[in-house]
Design a protein around this ligand. Sequence first.
Ligand code: BTN
Length: 144
Amino acid sequence: MVQVTSFLLMLTVALVAPGLSARKCVLTGYWMNDLGSNMTIGEVNEEGEFTGSYRTAVTATTNKIRVSPLQGSQHRMNQKGQPTFGFTVNWSFSDSVTVFTGQCFVDKGGMEVLKTMWLLRSHVDDIKNDWKAMRVGTNIFTRL
Ligand code: BTN
């Protein structure tokens, strides 16, 4: 009887402990990416929506860089606590818009990291120039 109880106890610990210790990835906070751009994300609400601000370190324009608003949406937390998300930055200093999509991970060292891909749509004066209006890339964000 004692052996059965001990076995059940060990089994419970083995099954429950990893779930308790696994850190969830949370979008809210201050982030910096591999280009040196900074981003602040506010609280994620019940619907998964969030707002924030973005200061890019680089621009495709000759305009003076200014802080720009962002609006996004996070998927419901999955079991591993590493949700997918997307957000749009409506650049305040240019006529462009960038959409980012990605996933919030906790890496092997327990650090949160946002792996994203983006599409930047620049404004062009003529439909003939549409072909050169899109840029695509990736960014990796770590917590500041
Ligand atoms: C513009 O140049 O019209 C607006 C700024 C675009 C900055 C881009 S968005 C994708 C990439 N990641 C960044 O942090 N900055 C650049």
